[in-house]
Each structure stands twice: as structure tokens, then as C-alpha cells.
Design a protein around this ligand. Structure first.
Ligand code: ZN
Ligand code: ZN
Length: 141
């Protein structure tokens, strides 16, 4: 489903990246760590083979926060925009915060790999209203 490169970056433009594939997994994470980290009801991340993710600019401007043991959130030191997540048990993969894709970019994912995760932690005051799979924790990947 990949159609060449996809591009994105942080809000201020210091960090820029290129994706040379579509995500192998596509998740709307409802966990409290994502909610607080993004200040939003959920965060959407695509999981990529590490080789498909190229940081084209601003790699030195990324700060890391270990939000849970061995899991890091990488964000721009200037604007605070979160762009990547690394999960300790997935050494060969990189998660990209898909809200950081450039306007008009579509991740080109296979709809079959899209789902909600950490459904058990979602807020009770928002009606999601879709028919995507909803899993506790990470579910199966
Ligand atoms: Zn920035
Ligand atoms: Zn999360």
C-alpha cells in the first residue's frame, strides 16, 4: 500500500522526518499516558520498521522522556511537539505520532491494521462512535 515517501515534523519545523513505507500497525491509543502527554483524548501512532523512518532534520533537537519503563517519547526541545515513540521491546520498530504528518498526507495504512488500544483506560465522557476493533492494552501486534 506504500506509495513512496510520506513527510512530517514537529510544529515549529525544527524536526523533520520521512517515512518510506506505510505503517505495519496503526493504533489510536487511549491510555492515560498518551492523554496527558498530548493533552488530547487519544494519540494516533503508526508502527514502522525502523529502517523506513528517516529523521531528515533536527535529530539533535529531540528530547526523550521515559514515560514508562523502557518506553520513550521523543519530542521537539523547542515546541514540545511529540513525534516519535520507542517501545523497549520493539527494538526494530519506531512508532510515529501520525498527527505530525504534514497537512494533506495520508499514512496509506491498510485499514485492517487500524484499532483502538488501551480501551480500558479511555475517558468515560467521550462517545467514540466508530466500529474499529477496541482492545485492552496493546492487544496483539
Ligand atoms: Zn519543534
Ligand atoms: Zn498510550
Amino acid at each position: 500500500m506504500s506509495k513512496g515517501a510520506f513527510s512530517g515534523g514537529c510544529q515549529c519545523g525544527a524536526v523533520r522526518f520521512r517515512l518510506d513505507a506505510s505503517p505495519r500497525d496503526f493504533m489510536h491509543c487511549r491510555c492515560c499516558i498518551c492523554r496527558r502527554g498530548h493533552g488530547a483524548l487519544f494519540a494516533t501512532a503508526g508502527v514502522y520498521d525502523k529502517a523506513a523512518v528517516t529523521i531528515e532534520q533536527g535529530g539533535d533537537d529531540l528530547s526523550r522522556y521515559e514515560s514508562s519503563p523502557r518506553n520513550h517519547r521523543l519530542f521537539c526541545s523547542y515546541c514540545g511537539g511529540q513525534v516519535f515513540l520507542t517501545i523497549g521491546t520493539w527494538a526494530d520498530r519506531m512508532s510515529v505520532v501520525l498527527g505530525s504528518l504534514d497537512p494533506g498526507q495520508h499514512p496509506g495504512h491498510d485499514p485492517a491494521c487500524e484499532r483502538h488500544i488501551f480501551w480500558d483506560e479511555k475517558v468515560c465522557w467521550h462517545d467514540v462512535g466508530d466500529t474499529l476493533p477496541k482492545q485492552e492494552g496493546y492487544g496483539s501486534t
